[in-house]
Design a protein around this ligand. Structure first.
Ligand SMILES: [Zn+2]
Length: 173
């Protein structure tokens, strides 16, 4: 059972800096993964990157439905993202949100399928293929580890609206 750690919000440098690759698949890593699952569930999220709890390592966890409503759960260490080629790419125009920009959502087109290659917490290779919400989750979490938030992929006007609404909600307590 992991420990729930506080979620870091937009503006904290750890969210805006690329994370370091994991080099040791040890108990410390497995403890981090347990804490990430606990923190994700406590925040009602479907995915969480390590830097969202302040740890600058390339690890994310997810527990997210696909297009058939079936839940997929796992961890990916040192992920690399693979999207369909431009010719085969179909965009899903759904809304996106992020635990690090709490309470805000905005439409963000993403490819309707995505694949991530990486390792599990024991260092074994894993490949995760996603459709629907999972296809949105995999690039969202990989972006986090590269130091980007989904809000940075929004058109400038929408990005400002999202951040202003977040600031207003925070100021209102
Ligand atoms: Zn996020």
């Amino acid at each position: 059972m992991g420990e729930v750690r506080p979620i870091v919000h937009v503006g904290d440098p750890v969210l805006h800096t690329p994370c370091e690759p994991v080099t040791r698949f040890d108990d410390e890593l497995r403890e981090l993964v347990d804490d990430m699952f606990a923190s994700m569930y406590a925040a009602n999220g479907v995915g969480l990157a390590a830097n969202q709890i302040g740890v600058p390592l390339r690890v994310f966890v997810y527990d997210c439905p696909d297009e058939n409503g079936a839940n997929h759960k796992g961890v990916v260490v040192n992920p690399t993202l693979e999207l369909p080629g431009l010719g085969q790419r179909r965009l899903d125009a759904g809304e996106e949100g992020c635990l690090s920009v709490p309470g805000q959502f905005a439409p963000l087109p993403r490819p309707d399928r995505a694949t991530v290659h990486g390792f599990d917490a024991e260092g074994r290779p894993v490949t995760v293929e996603g459709t629907s919400m999972l296809a949105r989750c995999l690039p969202h979490e990989t972006d986090h580890l590269d130091g980007y938030l989904y809000s940075e992929r929004l058109p400038a006007k929408r990005r400002k609206q999202v951040l202003a609404a977040y600031e207003a909600a925070k100021a209102a307590g």
